[in-house]
Write a protein that binds this ligand. Structure first.
Ligand SMILES: [Zn+2]
Length: 499
């Protein structure tokens, strides 16, 4: 996500009924990860999703088959899935849109969405699933047989999603349809299944890379940007079914519109598409996306996918990242758009390929992504933006946060390792995760020197492709290069460092 921006006089905060068949199921309960989900998860075998979905009149009707390979060291008796669309319910406790944001996001008045699960099958038999969690956000599927380590289980879920008319990651906007976090997403198994509630601050997501095969049917008047490579398209009267494949992708999202134009270019074998409807200088935007793919490939390591879509849409925070797909808000100035495109493209490296628990360690991807924007401008002097100016701005913003919080509350919390709900405002989150996050990399660079800093970034990327990491994995990369930085990082993470 892009950092919050000042708009319209204020600092924005970013951003059904269920048939539950309850029967007595005898199984060993797999507990949630109350102690925090923080382990490094090298994947030996990726989960596979096959989804057949049709969008019509604001509803998505779909069948999803998930093939889960148990790469844990435990027997598993149930699977849990995040049901993010339920955050758009009328009575949701954890909402993507805060009360203050409602007038701007609900452009036609309040509107609600949900996900309704109709049936779940495993091993060819109907399973007694339930929808639970803190906010009807978790689908629990008991398995008929324990899945032991290195065994695979297949689960098929029939579901329907209603999209709200709302400017959000998932919703019908005035010109586009944003379809993200829309299907049951297998919870990450990390000392138990990690359940994600939908916080309005930050990106409340934690998922692992998986292989996707998605067949998406829609009226043929829509142009569709997606996380996948198009492998087929079949017309049937006024509808079209696209076949998409995305391998080792952390999520699968779509942005579509009946008003999209599209420009395409290729960079180092990557097809880059820009879908737009309002941008007055689309060639410039595409050029920036192309330059960002090139610059970051050179700095960190090759962009590993064949395609990258950038979609103009309405998105409250300014931008939002998904694998091979970035959402860019249509209400940005040209200068803002440039920066947002660079930021979201950097997320392809930090979040998409190298992933992290974004609820526990939001600063890990946001801080490095923000610093990557600075690196982009440094490596592309024709854009006329200086590293020094960015650092000054970040320092000013962070210092101002410290002063404001001291005055308002008599204290400030400068610790970086905090879960999203532990931030008292978006203002605090932006200054800790983005500003202080970016400053940490600048100070690291000055501490370890140019050569080791960039060598470390490349190693961090290559060692952790398609995995989920913790802040300590970043520390250990530099330790392995002979940099004694453990204390350096501890003081940043704990908040002891004085800037
Ligand atoms: Zn971001």
């Amino acid at each position: 996500m892009f950092k919050n921006r000042i708009k319209k006089g204020g600092l924005f905060k970013t951003a059904a009924a269920f048939i539950v068949m309850v029967t007595v199921v005898i199984f060993v309960s797999v507990t949630g990860c109350a102690g925090g989900c923080s382990g490094k998860k090298p994947k030996t075998n990726f989960t596979e999703y096959k989804i057949e979905a049709e969008y019509d009149g604001g509803f998505i009707t779909a069948t999803e088959t998930v093939s889960f390979f148990n790469d844990t060291e435990e027997g598993i008796n149930e699977l849990k899935f995040n049901l993010y669309p339920n955050a758009f319910r009328k009575d949701a406790k954890y909402t993507p849109v805060t009360v203050e944001q409602r007038p701007l996001c609900y452009y036609k008045g309040l509107s609600y969405g949900y996900i309704s699960v109709f049936a779940v099958f495993t091993g060819g038999e109907e399973a007694d699933f339930s929808v639970e969690g803190k906010d009807e956000n978790i689908l629990i599927v008991p398995l008929f047989n324990t899945v032991f380590p290195s065994e695979t289980v297949e689960v098929t879920i029939n579901f329907k999603v209603k999209l709200a008319e709302v400017v959000a990651r998932t919703g019908i906007t005035e010109k586009t349809v944003n379809i993200a976090n829309w299907y049951p997403v297998l919870c990450v198994y990390d000392n138990g299944f990690c359940e994600c509630e939908y916080y309005s601050t930050g990106d409340p997501f934690y998922s692992e890379c998986a292989d996707y095969e998605v067949y998406f049917t829609v009226k043929n008047t829509y142009a569709v940007a997606s996380s996948g490579v198009t492998v087929s398209s079949e017309y049937d009267h006024d509808k079209i079914t696209y076949g998409f494949k995305a391998q080792k992708a952390r999520d699968f999202a779509i942005v579509m519109s009946e008003e999209f134009d599209c420009l395409t270019e290729t960079e180092s074998g990557v097809e880059i598409n820009y879908y737009f409807y309002k941008d007055a200088s689309p060639e410039k935007t595409l050029k920036t996306a192309k330059a960002a793919i090139k610059t970051f490939s050179e700095l960190f390591g090759k962009y590993p996918y064949k395609k990258y879509d950038v979609a103009e849409t309405q998105i409250f925070a300014g931008g939002m990242e998904y694998p091979c797909l970035s959402m860019i808000d249509d209400n940005l100035t040209e200068e803002e758009r440039e920066e947002v495109v660079i930021h979201e493209t950097a997320h392809q490296w930090w979040y998409s390929v190298v992933g992290n628990d974004e609820i526990s360690y939001g600063f890990l991807d946001e801080g490095l992504t923000e610093y990557s924007v600075i690196l982009f401008y440094e490596k592309n002097p024709s854009y006329n933006k200086s590293r020094t100016d960015f650092i000054k701005k970040a320092m000013k913003s962070y210092s101002s946060y410290c002063t404001v919080y001291d005055k308002l509350y008599g204290k400030k919390d400068t610790s970086m390792i905090r879960k999203l709900p532990e931030f008292s405002s978006d203002y605090e989150y932006v200054n800790i995760a983005y500003m202080k996050g970016a400053l940490m990399h600048e100070y690291l660079r000055n501490t370890v020197g140019e050569e080791k800093f960039f060598k470390g970034l490349r190693k961090y990327y290559s060692d952790n492709m398609y995995k989920t990491v913790t802040p300590y994995d970043y520390v250990s990369v530099y330790e392995s290069l002979g940099c004694r930085v453990e204390n350096f990082f501890e003081s940043w993470f704990d908040g002891d460092v004085i800037l």
